[in-house]
Design a binder for this molecule. Sequence first.
Ligand code: SF4
Ligand code: SF4
Ligand code: FES
Length: 331
Amino acid sequence: MQFTLKIERWNPETEQGGLDEFTVEAPETATLLDVLDVVKDEVDGSVTYRKSCRMAVCGSCGMRIDGAAALACKTPMAPLAQEGRVPVISPMGNLPVIKDLVVDMDPFWAKFRAVKPWLEEDDQPPVKEWRVQQEELDRIMKEALCIQCGACVSECNSMQSDPEFLGPAALAKAAKFVGDVRDRDRKGRLELYNGPHGVWDCTRCYFCNERCPKGVDPRDAIAKIGAEIYSEGMLSDKAARHAQVFDVSTRATGYLLETALVPYTDPMKALDIKFAMQMARAGKVPNPLRPHRAKKLGEVRKLHKLLKTQEADARAQKRAGVSVDREEAGS
Ligand code: SF4
Ligand code: SF4
Ligand code: FES
């Protein structure tokens, strides 16, 4: 089958770049990586990209296909060719380009190191070994699927505007350690991830979930950490206080009280008269004598109660699991 594609080139020695178009023959079952190999072997040996496992395991072949990050070895080319598309293959975003499709992963690994991706022990390590129960493992299994390909980082809007943001891949790894029953620094971790450039910098665009080739769902992992931070009462960040107003006001009235949202989240903003007038004109300031109250407030409260019970059960389960582990491991 004939495949045509355009490859974004960059030569660091000449500092020249541009788009080169190639047309090659490859089997109908060819992936993008197979087609790149044919281009390199038969047409232009200088085309540069990374690869290793060829089976979506090593995370080496991340690149953009028509602007969206994916693994070259997991992208079949026939559907694109059948649609008459000539895909543009370019390097991943949010990482410096070294040559052609190869990016510098150092900033990616620096973020990983910053979240302390190792187990912290205490002074009571198991005598023999840790035994993690299946249900405890299940809670962090999704995050454990990460192959560190960088596709999520490539598409992260927040990292584009703030390169210091820890980002989806590192925070997915962080969520794995927060949920790991063997770890002894849960509080310290939460303080770290609650800090500058931590979980609250995520804009919830969900692009990371969309692009992750392994179903890790990094945005969901970030939400899990946020929920843990919130349940510990760590409300130093505006976003955590923002979440608290949602929680308290929906429980009290069934609605979000926007008049409480601004003063509690950002007290300085509440002193901004112009902003207050804008809110009033937009109908966001309810009559204080007739506060909003949802007709089915009882239903909303039932939901709140259910969530709290589930949260408490999960915690109790976690505590029970840990003590069993210690006994078994020490026996
Ligand atoms: S959801 Fe958050 S972490 Fe994921 S890509 Fe968007 S801003 Fe980045
Ligand atoms: S979370 Fe997904 S997209 Fe991000 S590095 Fe891991 S496997 Fe790749
Ligand atoms: S070559 Fe290993 S993930 Fe693609």
